[in-house]
Ligand binder design. Structure first.
Ligand code: SAM
Length: 160
């Protein structure tokens, strides 16, 4: 499995390491240090890679599954990242996303558009991305989706 923009390894406790060989990447050495510590505490073997996800390269069909949580808000070109994921994943592979983006009603959307410049300045993160459209444009096939917090939080199970 591959986890992109792994951060401090918050998802590590949810992997069944008896079944999974995990590669995880992030461009922040500080985050990777924390992820390595969590992996140690959980007795997990994780291949940690320090890299910008937008320039990362893997051969085609390298992974059975790719995971991203709260990362599509940060990239310059999230659609291209998903296209790359699509090529790194085996044809029968699975892509699991937990992402925040535009909510489901017009008032929430307006507030998100309005506050986006501030969010960008404070956290480097976009609050107003249309996650469903980005996933669809990347060519991934959405198999199942759940949305929370007024539709802002997207849980997406996708296929190549
Ligand atoms: C909001 S955190 C989410 C971390 C983790 N996925 C989680 O759910 O806890 C965003 C992470 O993405 C990383 N990140 C943002 N843009 C990136 C990029 N272009 N390449 C690599 N990592 C990136 C940041 O360093 C940070 O660790």
């Amino acid at each position: 499995m591959l986890e992109i923009a792994v951060g401090a390894g918050a998802n590590f406790p949810y992997y069944d390491m008896a079944q999974v060989r995990l590669t995880a990447a992030d461009f922040s050495p500080m985050m990777l240090k924390r992820a390595a510590r969590i992996a140690d505490e959980l007795h997990m073997q994780v291949n940690l890679i320090e890299s910008d996800i937008e320039t990362l390269e893997f051969p085609e069909h390298s992974f059975d599954c790719v995971v991203s949580t709260l990362s599509l808000c940060g990239y310059d070109n999230p659609e291209q990242v998903l296209r790359n994921i699509r090529s790194w994943c085996r044809p029968d592979g699975r892509i699991c996303l937990l992402e925040h983006g535009l909510g489901g009603n017009v008032f929430l959307k307006s507030a998100q558009h309005l506050l986006n410049p501030i969010a960008r300045k404070m956290s480097g993160c976009h609050w107003n991305r249309d996650i469903v459209q980005i996933v669809k444009n990347s060519g991934l096939r959405i198999e199942r989706m759940e949305r929370y917090w007024g539709g802002m939080i997207h849980l997406i199970w996708a296929r190549v």
